[in-house]
Design a protein around this ligand. Structure first.
Ligand code: AMP
Ligand code: GLY
Length: 420
């Protein structure tokens, strides 16, 4: 099978890594890719936001499957354009991708499907926002309605900050605060049937102890040793299947991966958000343990054959990933600095480095080129071993001004996470 992956982050590097290890994949392309992906796939230039260009590239390469990684190209209709050329594509249509592209739309679908989520108001004026903030009280949760790379959400006790964020966004969703641990679950679907991958936990805030602003995600681990029995089945039956059924009923079936971000609150599980693509950095830890060849799973989604898949097989043990971010991320990150120690990091047993914001300079050195620069992933027989390996590898990487969280998976390891 010839496969083209669209995107350039650590998630796409993880997808390419798993696809490159799949014996069914004989040619692997990535566009636009990054310096790390270049080592395992042939890179091509493309403007991923231009659906026609992506479809032209796929047709020109004669690929059997296109895998669209990020939400932007999906919302822009990349999957529609590829499918219109008769090429199988993993990822939802632009219409179905609105489940991520508009939080108000996602709320409407959840209400119709009876999916549990935070109570919310959609507000377009400062007066409406003020009334909604009053109705819920602190902590305040204010979400930009559109795509914002994980950074459009403000959770704060400060009423003025909540009002200011609402005023800066245009249309916002204001909702009740959800307590309890968060879970990310990826369900691969063909629009009718769905199959769950193993759950992961992401760390959204930039600093240790969940301090500072939200980011795209600073680290993750999987599986979740504290997860209640039956959690995945409950999410599939209460959240994923009803949502997929509702999207199909509307004539806009959702295929690809439905990413459910959930809070396990004292009153039961609640959806925090839907995404229309694999999560980053959760994908790094989930795919690190998936033994079933990835292309078969993605191809089954793209061709309506999820129901034919055998149960997925998983490596025992755990995986941990730590994001190395550039100085000043998530604000304007510093870029263009040399990254050293990559080979030494990869020498740690069962550790590997996935590139995000990197590029190769003319002299062959690797330079930082984005906010989240790398994602260092490791597996092990236990969460403790995987975590130690991941931090050992991170410690070998040198990038001026970079930062990473030092507490990824720490509370899970100490048994400090409880579900109400
Ligand atoms: P989102 O982009 O909707 O996933 O929000 C980003 C992060 O903000 C989530 O991962 C949560 O940590 C936090 N968050 C979002 N909505 C809520 C909520 N209703 N209650 C508490 N925290 C929230
Ligand atoms: N890890 C959060 C996201 O991918 O949106």
């Amino acid at each position: 099978m010839k496969v083209l992956v669209i995107g350039s982050g650590a998630r796409e590097h993880a997808l390419c890594r798993s696809l490159s290890l799949d014996p069914a994949v004989d040619s692997l392309y990535c566009a636009p890719g990054n310096a790390g992906i270049a080592e395992i796939a042939e890179l091509r230039q493309v403007d991923a936001m231009n659906a026609a260009s992506v479809a032209d590239l796929a047709a020109g390469l004669g690929v059997d499957l296109v895998v669209v990684g990020p939400e932007g190209p999906l919302v822009a209709g990349c999957a529609d354009a590829v499918r219109a050329r008769g090429i199988a594509c993993f990822g939802p249509s632009g219409t179905a991708a609105r489940l991520e592209g508009s939080k108000a739309f996602a709320k409407e679908v959840m209400a119709a499907a009876g999916v549990p989520t935070a109570r919310s108001y959609v507000c377009t004026t400062p007066e409406e926002a003020a009334a909604a903030l009053d109705a819920f009280g602190p902590p305040y949760v204010v979400k930009d309605d559109g795509l914002a790379a994980g950074k459009g959400v403000v959770v704060t006790d400060d009423l003025e900050a909540a009002r200011a964020h609402a005023a800066s966004c245009g249309q916002v969703v204001i909702e009740e605060f959800l307590d309890g641990p968060e879970v990310s679950l990826f369900a691969v679907t063909d629009g009718t049937a769905a199959i769950a991958l193993q759950p992961a936990q992401d760390f959204k805030r930039v600093g240790d102890g969940d301090a500072g602003p939200n980011t795209g995600g600073m680290g993750a681990y999987s599986p979740l040793p504290w997860a209640p029995d039956g959690l995945v089945d409950a999410i599939m039956s209460m959240v994923v299947q009803p949502t997929i059924d509702e999207m199909r009923r509307r004539g806009t079936p959702f295929s690809g991966v439905l990413y459910a971000g959930l809070a396990l609150t004292s009153r039961g599980l609640r959806v925090i958000e839907f995404n229309c693509r694999f999560g980053d950095p959760e994908t790094q830890v989930v795919l690190a343990r998936l033994q079933t060849p990835l292309a078969s799973v993605l191809h089954a989604s793209a061709t309506g054959r999820i129901g034919d898949l055998e149960p997925l097989r998983w490596r025992d043990g755990a995986a941990v990933t730590i994001v190395v971010a550039a100085e000043n991320y998530p604000a304007t990150p510093r870029t263009g600095d040399p990254i050293e120690g990559l080979a030494e990091a990869a020498e740690v047993p069962d550790a590997f480095v996935l590139h995000a914001g990197t590029r190769r300079a003319e002299d062959g050195s690797i330079l930082s080129s984005g906010g989240r620069v790398l994602s260092v992933t490791a597996t092990g027989d236990t969460l403790a071993v995987a975590r130690d390996r991941a931090y050992e590898a991170v410690g070998r990487i040198r990038l001026a001004g970079s930062h990473h969280r030092t507490d990824i998976a720490a509370r899970a390891l100490k048994g400090e996470i409880t579900v109400g």
